[in-house]
Design a protein. Structure first.
Length: 239
């Protein structure tokens, strides 16, 4: 695959949603310290970050102003004030309902922007690890099951990315563990897969990789656990 053919694939590669045969092409360039791919990966992280500025301001429906004005226009009948007051009350109810809807929409947008900002920061950290000269890669899984790659750098840390993880209940989360040759597993952070089952988790370094034999994933309570409470659903040997 040529570099121009890869240009549309870097964002999907970082998110772990690229088809394995296409991702392996970029993998080979990453392993070879390709400067072109390194620069495109940095740009891909910025593209995701730019999504946080795409939320549009919500404008009130155009008919709302006309309806409010129409409800208070004078009428020729002697009882016009009754209709005017009734119309104004109705318009106020509509305006109140719209205000609540707008507030909920704004809150949802703020939460989405916050999530995108966190994803941007995570992708930037991932790119830093991938671009380090000492980074090595371990591939795991099968196409129709949980699969992905572990990138390891003694100075940068660990990037754990892939796809096909199952969806979890709202009170559960995935927890990544670093498994040493001796001793207890060390928590390496909480993460969740998106609707397509894709995931990215970055463990900042430095790390003594000689003391880590594997990484594992278990399903834990939403707030995480100090030690695994369930049998890991995924174990990747990196020794």
């Amino acid at each position: 695959m040529t570099h121009p053919e890869m240009n549309e694939l870097y964002e999907l590669y970082l998110l772990g949603t690229l088809e394995p045969e296409l991702a392996s092409e970029i993998d080979s360039h990453v392993v070879d310290r390709c400067e072109y791919c390194g620069e495109r990966l940095r740009e891909a992280a910025l593209v995701v970050a730019a999504m946080s500025g795409m939320a549009e301001q919500v404008d009130p429906p155009k008919h709302l102003r006309e309806r409010v004005l129409a409800s208070v226009r004078p009428r020729k009948q002697s009882t016009s004030w009754i209709y005017a007051v009734g119309g104004l009350v109705a318009a106020c109810v509509i305006l109140f309902a719209y205000t609540l809807w707008s507030a909920n929409t704004a809150r949802s947008l703020r939460e989405e922007i916050s999530a995108l900002s966190q994803e941007r920061d995570q992708l930037r950290s991932a790119v830093e690890v991938l671009s380090r000269p000492d980074t090595r890669m371990v591939q795991f899984g099968k196409q129709n099951a949980a699969n992905g790659r572990v990138f390891l750098s003694s100075n940068g840390g660990v990037v754990f990315a892939g796809s096909q993880l199952p969806q979890l209940a709202s009170d559960k989360t995935f927890q990544l563990w670093l498994i040493p040759g001796k001793g207890a597993p060390r928590s390496a952070g909480l993460f969740r897969a998106n609707a397509q089952g894709a995931f990215v988790n970055v463990v900042p370094g430095p790390l003594n990789l000689t003391q880590i034999q594997a990484v594992a994933v278990s399903v834990e309570p939403r707030q995480g656990s100090p030690a695994p409470t369930t049998t890991p659903i995924l174990v990747v040997s990196i020794g």
